[in-house]
Design a binder for this molecule. Structure first.
Ligand code: HEM
Length: 335
């Protein structure tokens, strides 16, 4: 596998490190290659699905410190191999210029920038690319486990907020940044083959827009179990737009076909009172009370994309600096 072929090179550079800052010209050259990889990977719906995958790679790499290492055998990282492996072909061209840890963060920033191209509704957060991150010894592999929210998509507001505070320092006491960062889910989708959940948060999953927050606030959501009727299998709860029907759960809003929310998302808007399996005490969102701390930020970001853009940029920069202090990281230099 290509992934493994690059181990040796990765180990050499993780030991030696990279002391020189990258030039803006080189940054642009690498970005152009990343954009090319994004644009040649169009899914059957005509969407640039690598955009979301690249942002998720950047996010997962920063859990436990951005270090160019992902344990692809960890179920929390399921599905990321689809993006990591093609990225290795680009990284092979630049592995003497920057660490994989820096490269994956350039990948995430480039993906967000590409998502806003030709998109009036998209935000354009000011994300500064810096170098100076170090790869772990076995980069890109990692054999240990990093801490993700309990229950993944079943996460309730507490485990989501505890995770975002512990992982990236986004304060629970001032939840505007955590609520802004989860808006990255305006990109991409959940895959039955990866996490088990299935659907996209918005109908334009390659555009970074505040439709995620608008959907959270404006749609009426019903909780369903994707494993309903399968004996002996754990439930997989997610929320779909439309009327809840007690006998026939599949009467949904056809205009929003394929759209869903995880408990971990809707928990930012509503107090879902979930049990250990993820089952909500209020299976129709209109019957759930507002989440006391975060619902107001969901509403603000739904109404004001500029406010979201500013807070998303702050939160995202905190995420991609995880594990480093100000003197470790350097902006790219002219030319
Ligand atoms: C409480 C925290 C979070 C939880 C529980 C969570 C959970 C999930 C789950 C279950 C998936 C579906 C994976 C799949 O089936 O392919 C997913 C996808 C995704 N997540 Fe998150 N996530 C969280 C935070 C974040 C953050 C902080 C970011 C980025 C800043 C992010 C970006 C994404 C993206 C872009 C995708 C779509 C990937 C694709 O389309 O392949 N998530 N997340």
């Amino acid at each position: 596998m290509q992934y493994k072929l690059y181990f040796a090179i990765g180990i050499i550079f993780s030991i030696s490190g990279f002391t020189e800052s990258l030039s803006k010209t080189k940054e642009k050259e690498i970005k152009d290659d990343i954009v090319q990889l994004i644009e040649i990977n169009v899914n059957p719906k005509g969407e640039l699905h690598f955009i979301a995958g690249f942002v998720r790679v950047a996010f997962h790499d920063c859990v436990g410190g951005c270090d160019g290492c992902l344990n692809l055998r960890d179920s929390n990282n399921a599905g990321l191999d689809v993006y990591v492996e093609p990225l290795e072909t680009v990284y092979a061209k630049y592995n003497t210029d920057l660490t994989r840890a820096d490269f994956w963060q350039l990948v995430g920033i480039t993906a967000i920038e590409r998502s806003a191209r030709n998109c009036r509704a998209c935000i354009r957060p000011k994300l500064v690319f810096e170098t100076g991150r170090k790869d772990c010894a076995d980069s890109p592999d990692y054999k240990g486990l990093r801490t993700f929210p309990m229950g993944g998509g079943h996460a309730d507001i507490n485990s989501g907020m505890i995770f975002l505070e512990n992982a990236f320092g986004l304060p629970r006491t001032d939840p505007k940044l955590a609520t802004a960062l989860i808006g990255a889910h305006s990109l991409g989708e959940s895959h039955a083959s990866a996490s088990g959940w299935n659907g996209r948060w918005t109908q334009n999953p390659d555009q970074i827009t505040n439709r995620y927050y608008k959907n959270l606030i404006k749609l009426r959501w019903s909780q369903i179990d994707l494993n309903k009727g399968k004996p002996g299998v754990d439930p997989i709860y997610q929320w779909q737009p439309g009327k809840f029907h007690s006998k026939k759960q599949n009467i949904f809003d056809k205009r929003k076909k394929g759209v869903m929310m995880l408990n971990a998302d809707l928990a930012f808007a509503k107090n879902l009172s979930t049990d250990a399996t993820g089952l909500s005490g209020c299976p129709v969102s209109s019957k759930c009370k507002d989440q006391p701390d975060t619902a107001e930020w969901v509403r603000k970001y739904a109404d004001n994309a500029t406010l979201w853009e500013e807070n998303f940029a702050i939160a995202y920069m905190m995420m991609i600096r995880t594990g480093y202090n100000a003197t470790d990281l350097h902006a790219t230099t002219a030319p």
